[in-house]
Ligand binder design. Sequence first.
Ligand code: BG6
Length: 456
Amino acid sequence: MMVYDLIITIFGATGDLTSRKLLPAFAKLYGEKQIPEKTKIIALGRRPYTDESYLETMMQAGKITQGEEILKELVTYFPMEITEEDGYKPLVSMVESLKHQETRELYYLAIGPELFPIVTKYMNQSSLVIQGNANQSIVFEKPFGHDLESARAINEMLWRYFDEKQIYRIDHYLGKEMIQNIMMVRFANRIFEEIWHNRSIKNIKIIAKETEGILGRAGYYDQSGALKDMVQSHLLQMLSLIAMEPPLSYFSDDVKDEKVKVLKHVTFDKDSLIFGQYKGYHDESNIPKDSQTETFVFLKAFVNTPRFKGVPFYLMTGKKLDKKESLIIIEFEETSEQRKWNLPLSTNKLYIKIAPLDGVGLVLNSKVPGLRDDVEEVELEYCIACHAVGNLSEAYEKLIKDITGHHKTLFTRWDEIEFSWSLIDHIKKYQKEPISYQDYEDLKPLIQDLTGELMP
Ligand code: BG6
């Protein structure tokens, strides 16, 4: 029988994450020879599919249009009840028969955290995964619990069965091109490095707007809401990369040490919190009619480090807004001359554009060409996608490739999660009834009234 260099076993392989993100990423990585030629994907699910009917269903569910032939070659469907011990023996025999001594094994838990205790226990008891075996990695993503306490419990349980070096916690934002680029922009450009502090920076906006609603994820989303779904993970990750001190080195742990120091020092202004819920949320299927879950959140936070003390960080995210856009705006103070002139000058801004088009933009003041004395705001723009040679990789492709190569920088360490949950638990204490909004225009004036800031 053929043996493989890489075996990826997916728990929860009939779900949304597998169809929309994982399968397309595997197909692309394989097509581009970024993962070994001898790769096998074992998809675990309860339903009695054949390999063909499984793939057909997933291709339709995930609207996958490319890579069908590759996936046919890679994927084997293995029906199994992952919450029953009996299923593990045949799975272990199958994996054993497919691997050699050096095989890299990824176990992707695309399942809810409530299933982690039972699944990890059986993985361990059946010796599917041996604690300490660095060739075997456990991969999963949020929700890492629903508050600090539950996150701690999950983590302690994971540490009972696996070593930290085997654990890969995904925050898919960290796989996005421009997020990876933040450190480069900050630390490899003198012009920014010199002015990256509270004497030059007026405020920072971290924004993740979406146009879609909850896309049928009622069960998860209604228990979560925008604060836990987006701020706890993606927005706080962006904030820590923007606010951290230069790390001792760019090795994973040194970078994480600096990010954690930031997360420990974040506070927020309880009077500027805004919670919103889009009109029609109660009509989504499986959402209780009296649900108060927020689909929008705005908050003003501070990072109390010498570098950033006093600089407001405006964090905003929401669903059913005017556009899909993830963006960080660093707004600089006016120059002293600028303050003296009575001209409609704007402030300099650095845009870090994360999605849909990633790149950087720098807003400057410039004289309008010609005989008039007017000024105008101009933007120097760099669009990554426009200059990339070949296709840009999607976040999951980058992350999966890094796991296969044992690179941990783009994965979150437990203490990052711990401190972000502790902040979120604190904010939760001030949760208010959400304001109902039809669109973003209903929220913008509110933010401006509360903070004086005009959010884009
Ligand atoms: C996920 C959230 O982590 O990120 C979703 O659970 C959200 O609610 C998604 O829609 C946004 O990610 P992206 O990559 O589309 O900006």
